[in-house]
Design a protein around this ligand. Structure first.
Ligand code: CDP
Ligand code: MG
Length: 143
């Protein structure tokens, strides 16, 4: 059953800097259930498809290069109000503007290398989750 979910990635910078464990711990401590989890490397083509919504932005090409530069950790997270609550936990896109205690404030290196991805709406969360995980790789928490 697809309850309230969001989709996240731990980006190549945070993986390279050995922050997978700390970030997953913050996610669990904030009350999210991990529905799906995997480590993988995105091809340039997959990264381009995932971020296609930004294809006209000046940062698109460098974002694609960065996101395909090394392994990422992809996950589906479940919680009531998951999308909004996870955006609060990760903080602003620009770490200089992120609040204390947020994942990006702690682990981001720059606006691009900002540690994690988080879905921006329920609709996007469903699409992003489906991009990475089939139903048989999802383990929802039952109420
Ligand atoms: O990830 P978020 O939804 O907070 O931001 P976005 O506006 O959807 O942008 C997607 C990603 O593009 C960001 O997380 C950054 O990694 C990158 N970005 C960038 O490289 N330069 C910018 N000026 C803005 C975003
Ligand atoms: Mg976004």
């Amino acid at each position: 059953m697809a309850g309230d979910i969001t989709f996240t990635m731990i980006k190549p910078g945070a993986v390279k800097n050995e922050h997978i464990g700390e970030i997953l711990a913050m996610i669990n401590q904030a009350g999210f259930h991990i529905v799906s989890l995997k480590m993988m490397r995105l091809s340039k083509d997959s990264a381009a498809k995932f971020y296609a919504v930004h294809k006209d932005k000046p940062f698109y090409e460098s974002l694609i290069d960065f996101m395909s530069s090394g392994p990422i950790v992809a996950a589906i997270l479940q919680k009531e109000n998951a999308v909004e609550d996870y955006r609060k936990l990760i903080g602003a896109t620009d770490p200089a503007k992120a609040e204390e205690g947020t994942i990006r404030k702690r682990f981001a290196e720059s606006i691009q290398r900002n540690a994690v991805h988080g879905s921006d709406s329920d609709e996007t969360a469903q699409w992003e989750a489906a991009f990475f995980f089939p139903e048989i790789e999802r383990f929802y928490k039952e109420p």
